[in-house]
Design a protein around this ligand. Structure first.
Ligand SMILES: Cc1cc2nc3c(=O)[nH]c(=O)nc-3n(C[C@H](O)[C@H](O)[C@H](O)COP(=O)(O)OP(=O)(O)OC[C@H]3O[C@@H](n4cnc5c(N)ncnc54)[C@H](O)[C@@H]3O)c2cc1C
Ligand code: SF4
Length: 329
């Protein structure tokens, strides 16, 4: 049986109390706990106090801020709420879809969007029991001093496996971070870096309060594709999120701006260089071919999650073309 370590808990009721609670040494945020608690059982973290977001009402809302042109999603909004919100689904179908594809209904009822964007990185050599890890001597992210994925590497390349993150990056979202220094905004594309051990720019004592998604001013279409072996429960093995701004809302519209983001390659989601797509027609067969080619050429999975990296790379092309097909439908 895997046991939880001993820790204290706090349930602040306001942002101010939350800031103070998180500033305590050894404190860590717990939202739904669907990622954190298994990691605690696997002895990957050892917080002395878990600080819950549950009772901070301001963090549990979805608001349409038309003046600022933003959809504001409180960090404590559950993935079920997000996936089932009719307005979100109408305006940001790729985000609804990604939220609705996470794990299973029970987990989505607990899991929050704040936890999803701050999800720890994952690796086949570390998301195991301590006993399992001891058989291979641990690794850079646990008790050892070598990386089993890149044996000569000096840093951890565990994968960011969140479903919503690549989508939010493709939609140009930003985070509102709150901490002892006050509030700051960070573009989601800049929030992650390549170190799988400390993969976000979340400062000490800081937490994510809101995820803000710009409301498109011009016609736009977006889609998300995720490859898993089982249709439910599984984390993505690769994922593709795309967003196209268009000159008009039609399948044969011309692309005026494109963003494609790939997930589960390494600790940082990969925003592709896709300038070549601007000026092409959305439903032109060459567009589909080019999208697949860009994903395949620029996406280079590692052997950090199950299934061979080369096979996952081929699946990038497949899931890119399926996402594009959904977007044309
Ligand atoms: C069986 C199983 C399958 C899963 N499948 C998927 C999947 O398919 N796709 C997927 O994306 N995820 C999956 N997950 C992971 C997880 O359920 C989700 O990512 C979920 O959204 C995490 O949210 P949470 O609220 O439970 O986070 P928690 O577990 O509470 O927290 C996760 C991490 O984020 C930090 N954190 C939480 N909220 C904040 C905040 N507001 N500010 C700063 N840091 C914060 C915590 O300290 C912790 O380090 C799966 C988990 C399980 C157990
Ligand atoms: S990528 Fe390497 S260091 Fe990181 S968790 Fe996996 S084996 Fe460990």
């Amino acid at each position: 049986m895997l046991r939880l370590p001993v820790f204290g808990s706090k349930s602040p009721t306001s942002i101010e109390e939350l800031v103070m609670a998180i500033a305590e040494p050894g404190a860590r945020i717990v939202a739904g706990g669907t990622d954190l608690l298994p990691n605690l059982k696997h002895k990957l973290h050892a917080p002395t106090t878990l600080v819950s977001l549950d009772r901070v009402a301001e963090l549990q809302r979805i608001t349409w801020d038309r003046e600022a042109g933003l959809l504001r999603i409180g960090a404590g909004v559950t993935l079920t709420q997000l996936a089932e919100d009719a307005e979100v689904s109408k305006n940001f179908s790729s985000l609804s879809k990604a939220a609705g594809l996470v794990a299973s209904p029970l987990i989505r009822n607990m899991a929050t969007i704040g936890g999803n964007v701050n999800l720890d990185t994952r690796c086949r050599y570390v998301n195991q029991s301590e006993f399992w890890r001891s058989a291979i001597g641990g690794c850079l992210k646990s008790e050892g001093d070598v990386c089993h994925v890149v044996p000569k590497g000096r840093s951890c390349v565990a994968a960011m496996s969140s479903d919503c993150v690549p989508v939010l990056i493709s939609l140009g979202a930003h985070l509102v971070q709150v901490g002892p220094e006050g509030r700051r905004e960070v573009a989601m594309a800049d929030y992650y870096h390549s170190d799988g051990i400390a993969h976000t720019h979340c400062q000490p004592g800081e937490f994510t309060a809101e995820i803000c998604v710009p409301i498109a001013k011009t016609p736009a279409r977006a889609a998300y594709g995720k490859w898993t072996v089982r249709k439910s429960i599984d984390f993505p093995l690769i994922s593709v999120a795309m967003h196209f701004a268009l000159d008009r809302d039609a399948a044969d519209a011309t692309i005026t701006e494109a963003r494609i983001c790939l997930g589960v390659l390494a600790a940082r989601p990969k925003l592709l260089k896709v300038d070549a797509l601007v000026g092409l027609r959305l439903n032109d067969p060459t567009t589909a071919e080019l999208v697949g080619e860009l994903c395949f050429k620029q996406g280079k999975p590692l052997d950090n999650v199950p299934y061979e990296a080369e096979y996952r790379r081929k699946m990038l092309r497949v899931f890119a073309s399926r996402a594009l097909r959904d977007l044309l439908a």
